[in-house]
Design a protein around this ligand. Structure first.
Ligand SMILES: [Zn+2]
Length: 479
């Protein structure tokens, strides 16, 4: 088949203002999956996603429901011509998610988190980058192919998850129920990031995640701190001390047994990371660290190795008495939410057991302890080699005019590992619109519009580059 990719790119550029309008429409919906008060908004954003995929030429667009889960959306276009007699074109599953993180402190946003605003070439709103830009990138690439050629070089399924930001709690059930609907030869995810503005990346490492709540209770109800302080232990202080016992002087994890199953990097993996050559200081600056703040983590280990291949603890929530209205009381109980990023090799359930054992052994004064595990997701890595990976490299180089960097990401996308394993270890290509200034999950989240256009154009190239691959042979080296 003779395909004029330049014409497809030109069509995507003409359609870009419409694509951005659809993105803005989607970003106006506060589809905060983790907050039950926003469940109807998540349903609303699923419905709008259905409309968007239909408007962009996808067929059989439907909501994939599961009792107790937020709705996901699937559309498809499965009429790609054979690439050779008897050789069907591969089926590519394009993944993004339509649920978003809570906005955080709304007062810290320069503009309303749910009213997209463009400033200096970036579009600001919650979810605009993570990951509604991914939804529209897939849709726009499909539409540009269909508008110009009435066909796409690959069979395409577009899957838009509704529970990514809640840790995909129903993933196993979901993959069992919808395995045939989702079956594909290659997985393309647009929920990862750029190396820098203007410089694309392909992500081949994701950390795992285990989230545990721990509550320490001393009392049935609060008591006077003057009358009882000195005899009744303070749960807030005990909880702070307990958490402090979980890390060493670098704030690296020091829980007995926790790191036993960390898979050390092999020499080629470590070299790939060292070759990227960054410093912790550069990372701190990109994060917006205030003057004088130094990097945590063992300084003898490369910063990317620490970020991508080592576990880490963040206290993402802490309940005691708020400052407002505080008085001279010993509170009855205090709770912390502990978020552990996990390294390759780690078994999340085993890790959670070591944390719970540590809590039992290190809680002072016999305080009553309660723990609750929220999510437990293993890390995912793949070897960034093979024909699918090379096709992705070529596509990004054409789209951005720059070869992509093979990179890790310290975050977690629970869907990736179970999905590629469900289909026999198909290749997974993780790309996406986030750059170091996007503030995904933070306040003033934003999307770099020029890079987003290049991402859409890269996806157009990718659908052409992947078409020639033979799905009957192994397309990559996923593991
Ligand atoms: Zn995301």
């Amino acid at each position: 088949m003779d395909l004029d990719v330049d014409a497809v790119i030109a069509a995507a550029r003409v359609a870009l203002p419409d694509t951005q309008r659809s993105l803005e429409q989607l970003a106006r919906i506060p589809s905060i999956g983790a907050d039950p008060a926003h469940a109807t908004d998540v349903a609303h954003s699923a419905n709008l996603t259905v409309n968007i995929l239909q408007d962009h030429g996808l067929e059989n667009v439907r909501i994939l429901n599961l009792v107790g889960a937020h709705p996901s959306v699937l559309g498809e276009w499965l009429h790609a011509p054979e690439v050779a007699p008897g050789q069907p074109a591969p089926t590519v599953l394009l993944y993004a998610h339509h649920d978003v993180q809570p906005p955080g402190v709304v007062a810290n946003w320069t503009s309303d988190p749910f009213e997209p605003v463009e400033r200096n070439g970036r579009l600001y709103a919650r979810g605009v980058c993570d990951d509604k830009a991914g939804v529209l990138a897939h849709a726009a690439a499909v539409k540009a192919w269909l508008d110009t050629h009435n066909t796409i070089p690959c069979n395409v399924k577009v899957f838009i998850e509704g529970e990514e930001e809640s840790g995909s709690p129903n993933l196993e059930r979901f993959l069992t129920t919808y395995a045939e609907d989702l079956r594909a030869d290659v997985f393309v995810l647009a929920d990862a990031g750029q190396w820098k503005v203007g410089e694309p990346a392909i992500t081949y490492m994701l950390r795992g995640l285990a989230t545990i709540d721990v509550t320490l209770r001393a009392l049935k109800g609060p008591v006077h701190s003057g009358i009882f302080g000195g005899a009744v232990p303070d749960p807030t202080l005990c909880l702070a001390k307990l958490i402090a016992t979980m890390v060493d002087d670098h704030n690296d994890i020091a829980i007995a047994g926790f790191t036993d199953d960390v898979r050390p990097l092999i020499a080629t993996e470590r070299q790939r990371i060292v070759d990227l050559g960054s410093t912790p200081e550069a990372y701190l600056r990109a994060a917006g660290a205030v003057e004088g703040v130094q990097s945590s983590g063992d300084p003898n280990i490369n910063v990317f190795e620490r970020l991508w291949a080592h576990p880490n603890l963040t206290v993402i929530g802490f309940d005691s008495h708020p400052l407002a209205g505080s008085s001279n009381q010993i509170v009855a109980a205090a709770t912390a939410r502990l978020s552990f990023r996990l390294a390759p090799g780690q078994d999340p359930q085993r890790v959670c057991t070591t944390v719970i054992d540590h809590i039992a052994a290190n809680t002072q004064f016999g305080l009553e302890t309660t723990t609750h595990i929220h999510e437990a997701v293993p890390a995912w890595t793949t070897d960034p080699v093979g024909p699918a990976f090379e096709a992705c490299e070529r596509a990004l180089e054409k789209g951005f005019g720059k070869a992509p960097v093979a990179a890790g990401m310290g975050g977690s996308v629970p869907f990736v590992g179970p999905f590629v394993n469900a289909f026999g270890g198909i290749p997974a290509l993780l790309i996406g619109p986030e750059d170091p200034h996007s503030h995904a999950h933070g306040e003033d989240e934003s999307l770099h519009l020029e890079d987003w256009r290049k991402l859409i154009e890269s996806e157009i190239h990718l659908l052409s580059e992947l078409a020639g691959l033979d799905p009957s042979t192994s397309l990559g080296d996923a593991n």
